[in-house]
Each structure stands twice: as C-alpha cells, then as structure tokens.
Design a protein around this ligand. Structure first.
Ligand code: SD4
Length: 322
C-alpha cells in the first residue's frame, strides 16, 4: 500500500505528482519533496513558496521541514528568504548530523553554498495583498474584527511508500503580516509535522503559536502508535488541545491536522469551519474533501464538488481590488 495526505485543497496537484512517483515504486522522501515543490512553485497559492504573503516588513520569510520516518532524520529552515524551494533545503539539511535546523541568514548561506535556486519570492500579487491589508488595517485600526493574520494555509503532508517508508514535510510563508523573525509550528518537530514509519505520519496547520502548545503532530503519531485509527487519532489530538486551550486560556486558535498510518489508513480533523484536505492512495484517486466538525468534535467529510473546485480556483486567481 502507498498513499499521501495533505492539508488544504491547494495540495491536490502536488499529491497527484507524488502519486505518479509512488505508483512507480518511488521513495516516500522523493515523492513528498516533489509534491511540496509543486505547491511552492504555484504563484496563486498565497501562503506557500512563490507568491506567499509577506511579513510586516513586506518580506517573504518562509518556514519548511522534512522528516524521514525510518531514520527519524529531521531537517528544517525557518525565516528563510529568496529561495525557490525551502522544502528541498530542509530535506538536504535532514542528512546532517548536526546543524540540521537553520534560520534566516544562516539558512540562506547554507542554501547558497549548496547551490539551491535563488528567487525573489515576493510577487506583484502578494504586494497588492499587502497594500490592501495595510489600508484595511488603517481604516479599522480600532476594530477587533479585522485579523491581520487571516488567510494563511500551510501545506503539510504525510506520505507512505510501497516499501513501508513514511515521511512528513511542510512549507509555508507563515502568518500574513507576522513580525520579522517570527517562526511558526511548521518547522518545529512534533508540532507542524512528525513521521515514524512504525507508527504513522502527521502534519498540522492553523495558528502556529497554539499548535506548538500541544505538539499536536507528535501526539497524533503517538496515538497511532497505540493502534488507534488515524481518524480517531486526529480527532483526539485536535479536541484535547482545543479543550485545554479553551479551559486554560479562554480561547483556542485554528487547529487542523491530517495523518496516515503504515497501512495507508488516513484521517483528518479540525476545530474550524472550512478546512479541506487532499488524499491519494493505491485505491483512491487524488481527492479533495471538505471537513465538517460535528458535535463533540467528531469530524466528517465529503468530496468537494466540481463547482466548489472551480470557485476555489476562481477566487484564488481573481484580480485584487485595492
Ligand atoms: C504558522 N501554522 O506559521 C502556520 C500557518 C498555517 O494555516 O498553517 N496556517 O503558524
């Protein structure tokens, strides 16, 4: 059995590419890297790679990670600028015994020395989003309604290959309008991602500051290691963290997670409305599902309709009215 599951609809082209490799006995690491690169390269996805939304200072600072579930190798970059494919740099770093997580200038120097492709990741479209948000924030300075950070979708994936190897990886430009140097959960082991070929792999998306409070990806993998089905593992991990945060702090940020186990069984859960994910296995063609959170935090999903898929693309590519 092989398969891939990923956060958000934007990942479907990527996992389709990954599946082609897995079908041909490809390696989980190669497939997940290729899949995430595809999302990074697409300019209309505004929270990953090229076209990603900038920080407060109008710079695109990206976080990415890669984990090999068989060796437990981890590589990560944080707050890196001006490189086309942060996930590939993270994977390269995962082969280092030390210095395997690098930030900002250090990460950029490493990437430059290793010959990774440089690219100005700030598109005109992202600049337009930035200007628009600055205006909105000025107009509504006193209103709590407007969240400068909304509109953030990290790509996170879990992958199983035909040889039983699992991998997890993430890539994001993080929260729109974040402070320079801010690092989210996506490059942090156990929070944004975790993979163990004996137990399963998981990845999270949402408010990094809150996801990190529960090491949620590790928690989902740990539960799968106890023999719990990925769906239940995801729901339990999300609901526990959501409950703890509400009880102790009065509120919980956005929390969504996807997971797959070594049998290729999968699951997804969320505490928000509007979470989507993409999945492919040996038995299931690449499919986008929309998640509904029911009572008691049970999550159900239905296949996204053609109309929904078309609408999604239209809104992503629509001109920005400034
Ligand atoms: C972060 N978790 O940087 C990321 C953002 C994200 O959906 O996933 N948004 O906090």
């Amino acid at each position: 059995m092989w398969g891939m599951i990923a956060t958000w609809r934007m990942a479907v082209e990527g996992i389709t590419r990954g599946a082609e490799m897995l079908k041909e006995s490809g390696d989980a690491g190669d497939a997940i890297e290729a899949a995430i690169r595809q999302v990074e390269d697409f300019p209309y996805y505004k929270s990953v790679g090229y076209g990603g939304l900038p920080n407060e200072e109008m710079e695109v600072e990206m976080d990415a990670a890669y984990m090999d579930g068989s060796t437990l190798d981890i590589g990560a970059v944080a707050a890196i600028r001006d490189f086309a494919n942060p996930v590939s740099i993270a994977r390269r770093l995962s082969r280092e015994k030390v210095n395997s997580m690098l930030v900002a200038e250090g990460a950029e120097k490493f990437a430059h020395k290793e010959g990774f492709e440089r690219k100005n990741m700030l598109t005109d479209r992202a600049k337009a989003h930035y200007r628009k948000r600055v205006k909105e924030m000025a107009a509504q300075a006193a209103a709590e309604e407007l969240k400068p950070y909304s509109g953030h979708d990290t790509v996170g994936m879990a992958c199983l290959d035909g040889m039983g190897k699992m991998a997890a990886a993430t890539s994001t430009s993080g929260l729109f309008m974040k402070k320079k140097g801010r690092v989210g959960d996506s490059p942090i082991s156990g929070s944004g991602f975790y993979a163990d070929s004996r137990k399963g792999a998981a990845s999270a998306t949402g408010l990094g500051e809150d996801l990190m409070k529960g090491c949620i990806s590790y928690e989902a993998v740990r539960l799968m290691g106890e023999g719990i089905h990925p769906q239940e593992a995801c729901e339990t991990a999300v609901n526990r963290l959501d409950r703890e945060l509400r009880e102790r702090r009065g509120e919980a940020g956005d929390i969504s997670i996807i997971a797959m186990n070594p049998k290729g069984e999968w699951g997804a859960a969320t505490n928000i409305e509007g979470f989507s994910f993409a999945v492919v296995t040996e038995e299931l063609e690449p499919t986008v599902y929309l998640v509904t959170r029911e009572e008691k935090g049970r999550c159900t999903y239905e296949k996204a309709s053609e109309e929904w898929m078309e609408h999604y693309m239209k809104t992503r590519m629509a001109p920005i009215e400034e």
